[in-house]
Every structure is written in structure tokens, then in C-alpha cells.
Design a protein around this ligand. Structure first.
Ligand code: ADP
Ligand code: MG
Length: 251
């Protein structure tokens, strides 16, 4: 617990979170707090529980105990689709884009249904959606590729498209599991720029192994080991922590 702070002071407050798979605690009494407009990176060895933490936040896995507050809502009591509607977007390790659709169509179908800004006028809605698709396409470096079939994109461009499909829903918390895996150096740099642009309106929770990338983007780093926090702080502090060097960075 943080003395003097209330969970509602943070965008996301994870407190005493535990999940047990047949008695094995993949996440064990974990607490951490993410602020608004923060890029938080979770690092740690394979099997540390990183992906499970994202699964718990997005409701894919149910917690055994503990609380996950997203502002004033306890996500542990909500279903996956309610969590998405509350403003949490999550990207999985493998892109789930529609290969046979164009970039434009992939973004268009991800625009939240039922969000009718100007009533029932289809004509008006179409132009609102089109403008938003163009805006997001520019952010994800694909504005020249709108009419291209998604299957023709490079691996990195596919990753950006999937981030765009989440951004078009305007989540307040965006969670990304190893977003730069398999990307070229220049794609990694652009992804860092993208994350820095999008946190103006939201927070980002990223799992990543590429330490150069983590160093470039992280405001704060949480190091997980055996479902618990091994160390937490700035990248500088964490990478000089002997415990972190021993279990993770030294390998
Ligand atoms: P990381 O992403 O840090 O590599 P994971 O969160 O994927 O680690 O996994 C943490 C541990 O929990 C691993 O030992 C994994 O085998 C186990 N685990 C993850 N999900 C499940 C599940 N649904 N059922 C049983 N064990 C699981
Ligand atoms: Mg993982």
C-alpha cells in the first residue's frame, strides 16, 4: 500500500493481486500503480508472470485474490468486453489483423460501434469515421498504405496496424506485449516515437525484453520475478540493482 495515496489517484492500481494455477502462484501478492500519461515497462525473465499480469488486467484470466482498480472501477469484477468498454485496450504478441482487408478497412471495422456522435445520419458518421481512420493511420506511419491489403505489410507495419486498431477505440490504458519483437532497428525507433505521441491522452503498459527500447521509452520499470516485484524505479535505478543483474540482466 502507498501511504497517503488512494487508488483513485492513479489511472491503474493493482493491489495484492494473486492468481493460482493448480496451487502454483504465477502472480503472487503483486501491487503496483500506474499514473496518467505514464509509459510503464514490465521486464523480467521468461515465466516471471508478465503476460499473466496483462491477462488479469484485461479480464482474460480471473484473479484468485486482490484488486485491480482502473480509476474507480474494480476490473476483477468485470467481464472482458466491459473492461474494453471502460477504456482498456490490449495487444497480444501475435497481430490479429484481417489479412484480406485493406489497412483502411482494418481501422474502419475497429471503430467502436454504437458511438454515434451526430445521431443517426449515416452520411455524417461515415465522415467522422473516415477522418478518424486518417488521423490514426498518420500516427502509425501508414497513411500512404491505406488502400494496401494488410497481408502485404511488413511485420513491423502489421504490429503498428494492430496498435492503430486499438487506438481508434481511444483507450485510456493501452497494454502491449513485446511490441517491437521482430522489428528492424528503424521500426523500433519509430515505435518509441509512436508511444511517446499516444501517451498525451493515455497511459501505456508495455512488456518488453529489448533493453535499448526499454531505456528509450520507460518512465518507470517494474521488474517481475516469480510473480512478484523484484525491483521498481527508473531504468537507471533498476539496471544497477544487483538483484536485477543477478536474475535477469546478467544473462
Ligand atoms: P512471462 O510472460 O513472464 O514469460 P507468463 O505470465 O506467461 O510469464 O507465465 C508465468 C507462469 O505461469 C509460467 O510458469 C506459466 O507456465 C504459468 N501459466 C501462465 N498461464 C497459465 C495457465 N493458464 N495455466 C497454468 N499455468 C499458466
Ligand atoms: Mg510473456
Amino acid at each position: 500500500m502507498l501511504i497517503g495515496h488512494q487508488p483513485k489517484d492513479f489511472l491503474l492500481s493493482v493491489e495484492g493481486l494473486t492468481v493460482s494455477f493448480d496451487g502454483f502462484k504465477a502472480v503472487n501478492d503483486l501491487s503496483f500503480y500506474v499514473e496518467e500519461n505514464e509509459i510503464r515497462v514490465i521486464i523480467g525473465p521468461n515465466g516471471a508472470g508478465k503476460t499473466t499480469v496483462l491477462d488479469l488486467i484485461c479480464g482474460k484470466t480471473k484473479a484468485t485474490s486482490g484488486a485491480i482498480h482502473f480509476r474507480d472501477k474494480d476490473l476483477t469484477k468485470m467481464k472482458e468486453n466491459q473492461i474494453v468498454q471502460a477504456g482498456v485496450g490490449r495487444k497480444f504478441q501475435n497481430p490479429s489483423i484481417y489479412d484480406d482487408l485493406t489497412v483502411f478497412e482494418n481501422l474502419e471495422i475497429s471503430y467502436p460501434r454504437g458511438r454515434t456522435v451526430f445521431g443517426a445520419l449515416t452520411f455524417t458518421r461515415d465522415s467522422v469515421v473516415r477522418d478518424r481512420v486518417h488521423e490514426v493511420a498518420e500516427m502509425i506511419f501508414l497513411k500512404d498504405k491505406l488502400n494496401m491489403s494488410a497481408e502485404l505489410l511488413s511485420h513491423g507495419q502489421k504490429q503498428w496496424l494492430e496498435i492503430g486498431m486499438l487506438l481508434i477505440q481511444d483507450p485510456e490504458l493501452l497494454m502491449l506485449d513485446e511490441p517491437v519483437r521482430g522489428m528492424s532497428v528503424s521500426e523500433r525507433i519509430k515505435t518509441g516515437e509512436l508511444l511517446n505521441t499516444i501517451i498525451k491522452n493515455r497511459s501505456v503498459l508495455v512488456i518488453e525484453h529489448d533493453m535499448k527500447f526499454v531505456e528509450d521509452i520507460a518512465h518507470k520499470v517494474t521488474v517481475l520475478h516469480q510473480g512478484q516485484i523484484l525491483s521498481e524505479g527508473t531504468m537507471e535505478a533498476v539496471k544497477n540493482d544487483p538483484k536485477v543483474v543477478e536474475v535477469y540482466l546478467g544473462h
